[in-house]
Design a protein around this ligand. Structure first.
Ligand code: ASP
Ligand code: MG
Length: 430
């Protein structure tokens, strides 16, 4: 017999899917397609709200009061304009009052004295975005569909104290999510909660890292043994390349968890990379679907590996810097120097995108960051000759063949290349 909670669906709606009154009405229409299903809705902040909150937060740090107030007013108007279209009469007044209270807290934040770290204050502040969006969406569901439950994700997703990139306490979160959601889903068919935000042991707000709402959906689904997760996006599914860099993209109809994890590791940005693991562990399928075309097929990510090789995927990382270092005493690069190099790079908090070594030199590629380049040179130049090249790109081709490789390298200078059975990677310059 199937367990009773087998039929829970987890839906993640990102910022673009709730960026306007029209978009929110569209979310309501999507929910209408899933009559009688138990659904946990995980929602991000509306449109570009998180970026705007980041800029407000900067203004508090720089003590730019006028800028803070004008940007805050713009964000307020954005939410209130939407509410005025979505609601009328008493309902409109009720939800406006709730939103006003949050904006009172946003305004008060500017003056608030605190001895907390910058990261901790960032998390406390940035979480207003998801708080706003989830209240508005839940209220709209209540108006147009049925009674539903608004749930505070900070009471359910528990983490350590790593503000801005918190690590989930799985045991605690699973227990809290199960205890709260299973009962709440008996009383109401739909729960609306926030992506991205969580809290530590003391109940202080933490966040899971930018774009972390996908991961939240994965956490809820894992804890609830959900039937599936659907990420509703502004693209028809997972594509084999970023349409920003590539003309003829193709939709991947079905790929395995492994393949999706590989693609996100190499930098494909459709799904937050941490999302897949908790789903893979419980074999919960993930659907990526278009919110503009909700009945279309989308992409299915599950245990089936049989289609993985069918379409080559291309992942581009622009603005790369290739370092090449040689021991000053011309000693060979053996384990001892390599471990010295890695220690120094890890002290400079360097993330390496690709690396390679020869007898006398070690090469590694990083994202361009002026301060980091300086830190790397400082760390390494006492013992090594350090050279670097900027304005490069890293192209990864999954399931490559000669044609795909010729295509990506055409007219470019290949500075470094690596091939494994399924993956070819090229560092390219002009
Ligand atoms: N609102 C957060 C962000 O923009 C989380 C998310 O959208 O996934 O990063
Ligand atoms: Mg987003």
């Amino acid at each position: 017999m199937k367990p009773i909670n087998d039929s829970i669906l987890v839906f993640k709606f990102g910022g673009a899917s709730v960026k306007s009154a029209e978009a929110i009405n569209n979310v309501i229409n999507i929910l209408k397609l899933y009559k009688n299903r138990k659904i946990v809705v995980v929602v991000s902040a509306m449109g570009k709200t998180t970026n705007q909150l980041e800029s407000l937060f900067e203004a508090t740090l720089n003590e730019e009061y006028d800028l803070f107030i004008s940007q805050k007013d713009a964000l307020y108007d954005f939410h209130i304009d939407m509410i005025n279209i979505l609601f009328s009469g008493q309902a409109c007044e009720t939800i406006k009052h709730k939103i006003d209270l949050i904006f009172d807290d946003i305004t008060a934040f500017y003056q608030k004295q605190s001895d907390h770290s910058k990261s901790q204050r960032y998390d406390a502040f940035i979480s207003f975005g998801e708080h706003l969006s989830s209240l508005i969406l839940q209220f709209k569901i209540e108006q147009d569909l049925e009674e539903s439950q608004w749930s505070d994700a900070r009471k359910l997703v528990k983490t350590d104290d790593q503000f801005q990139k918190a690590n989930v306490n799985w045991q605690k979160s699973i227990e809290l999510i199960k205890n709260h959601c299973l009962g709440a889903l008996e009383a109401n068919r739909i729960i609306v909660t926030q992506g991205f935000i969580s809290s530590n042991n003391l109940g202080e707000t933490t966040t899971l890292g930018r774009e972390g709402s996908d991961y939240s959906a994965g956490i809820f689904a894992h804890a609830l043994d959900a039937e599936s997760v659907t990420i509703w996006k502004d693209v028809p599914g997972m594509l084999n390349a970023d349409p920003k860099f590539f003309e003829n993209t193709q939709k991947l109809d079905r790929i395995s968890f492994r393949e999706a994890i590989e693609l996100s590791y190499y930098g494909a940005s459709v799904i937050h990379p941490k999302t897949l693991k908790p789903l893979q562990n419980k074999q919960i399928p993930l659907y990526v679907k278009s919110f503009m075309n909700p009945t279309a097929e989308g992409t299915t990510i599950d245990v089936d590996t049989s289609n993985d090789h069918m379409i080559p995927s291309f992942i581009f990382k622009k603005n790369q810097v290739l370092f090449s270092i040689t021991p000053k005493d011309f000693s060979f690069l053996i384990e001892a120097n390599l471990s010295d190099i890695f220690l120094k790079l890890s002290e400079a908090e360097v993330e390496i995108n690709i690396m390679q070594n020869s007898a006398l030199s070690f090469s590694f590629l990083v994202d361009y960051d002026k301060n980091q380049i300086r830190a790397i040179i400082e760390q390494l130049s006492p013992s090594y000759e350090v050279k670097y090249n900027t304005e490069l790109e890293l192209v990864t081709v999954r399931h490559y063949d000669k044609k795909t490789n010729d295509f990506v390298c055409k007219g470019k200078k290949i500075l470094l290349q690596q091939r494994t059975r399924k993956t070819a990677r090229f560092v390219l310059g002009k």
